[in-house]
Design a protein around this ligand. Structure first.
Ligand code: CP3
Length: 335
């Protein structure tokens, strides 16, 4: 069992710097692309044998130090009764957004029986894997933004104006989503997930004061509730350079960073936390020499313990998997 990833999460010594890539399962890999000609993303995720196959592909092909469950952040609202479609070239779409206080009544409480397929995928994966398995969920802000907007956005204007205009209803929505997220992640750990990552991909849209007032208490409650699970917790967001001092106040052992911040500066603002990141994913579209120079720069500036090499956000769909494999080998050899 290669446990370098789990040891780095706990800021323990490691034989080499562990590396995995956000969105490594799916998107750019050939086996996944082939499966996608026959199946939709949600169908794949809800069929344990196929989902396990997709999660295993990067472990076998690239030699990464962790696997991530093949799922999507929108499976949780689906389990709560929301009608979600993943539309090609768009992303998650909800025809009837939950954009009024009354509409939140459409959210059923989370129960594990609604995600039995995930439990089965996790069990299949644990039987096959010799690296740790990461489970995940979206954080409440990112989830709320899809529910309220109904589709991907660049401004989050509906979400933010709802939050500022209806703070009590917003607080109720965040509480409902946080309860569901806690149950959903506990279900994944009970089935065998060995670490969990909370994706707050779009939280960088917020002013720090609004984050502290309307979001942070909910995120803190989620990580507090997960403490009893005894697995490392990772918290990731993009555009969070202005929020890192607040991220320091959550009980996640690892903070995931995008490329808009220097590792050394993040390390200073996050005392006691392990760091994960933060290579700009577009670097992988450049020449091998550029990729090696950038990886070397990160390895030099990273903390000596408690560091996991990753990208600053997901693998870009047109990334060449030979470059990903080369990067894994480079990080292993130079750490
Ligand atoms: O490899 C992995 O990371 C595991 C699987 C995974 C998926 N979605 C499968 C997927 C993970 C971790 C996610 C998380 C996710 N989903 C996030 C948070 C992480 C992030 O990237 O910020 C978000 C915001 C979503 C919502 C979502 N799902 C979007 C915006 C899209 C469309 C755009 C795209 O390609 O990412 C999806 C669809 C989706 N989920 C795909 C995959 C592999 C692409 C499906 C395809 O076209 O083949």
């Amino acid at each position: 069992m290669n446990d370098a990833f789990l040891r780095a999460c706990r800021s323990q010594s490691v034989p080499h710097t562990p590396v995995w890539f956000m969105r490594q399962a799916g998107r750019s890999l050939p086996g996944y692309r082939q499966l996608r000609q026959r199946w939709g993303v949600l169908e794949l995720a809800q069929t344990p044998e196929l989902a396990a196959q997709v999660s295993l592909e990067p472990v076998h092909l690239l030699g990464v130090d962790a696997a991530i469950l093949f799922a999507d952040i929108m499976l949780l609202p689906i389990a709560m009764g929301v009608d979600v479609a993943i539309v090609d070239a768009v992303g998650p779409v909800i025809d009837e957004p939950l954009d009024t206080p009354d509409s939140f009544a459409r959210l059923h409480p989370f129960t594990p029986d609604r995600v039995e397929y995930l439990t089965n995928t996790i069990k299949l994966l644990r039987a096959e894997l010799n690296v740790p398995l990461i489970g995940f969920s979206a954080a409440p802000f990112t989830l709320a933004s899809y529910l309220i907007e109904g589709r991907p956005t660049r401004t989050w204007a509906k979400t933010k104006s709802f939050m500022l205009t209806n703070p009590a209803a917003w607080n109720q929505l965040m509480t409902t989503l946080s309860d569901a997220i806690i149950g959903y992640l506990q279900t994944q750990v009970a089935a065998g997930a060995q670490a969990v990552q909370l994706f707050d991909s779009w939280v960088g849209a917020l002013a720090p004061e609004h984050y502290r007032q309307h979001v942070l208490p909910h995120v803190q409650r989620i990580f507090k509730a997960l403490e009893s699970q005894k697995v490392p917790c990772l918290h990731f967001g993009t555009d969070t350079a202005g929020l890192l001092r607040d991220f320091a106040a959550v009980d996640a052992q690892v903070i995931g960073l995008d490329w808009r911040v220097d590792l050394a500066s993040a390390h200073q603002q996050l005392p006691g936390k392990a760091l994960q990141g933060n290579l700009d994913p577009t670097v992988l579209l450049a020449d091998t020499a550029v990729i090696e120079a950038e990886a070397s720069r990160l390895l030099t500036s990273a903390p000596k313990t408690g560091y996991i090499f990753n990208l600053g956000h997901g693998v870009m769909p047109d990334t060449d998997d030979r470059k990903l494999k080369h990067l894994v080998e480079y990080v292993h050899a130079h750490s």
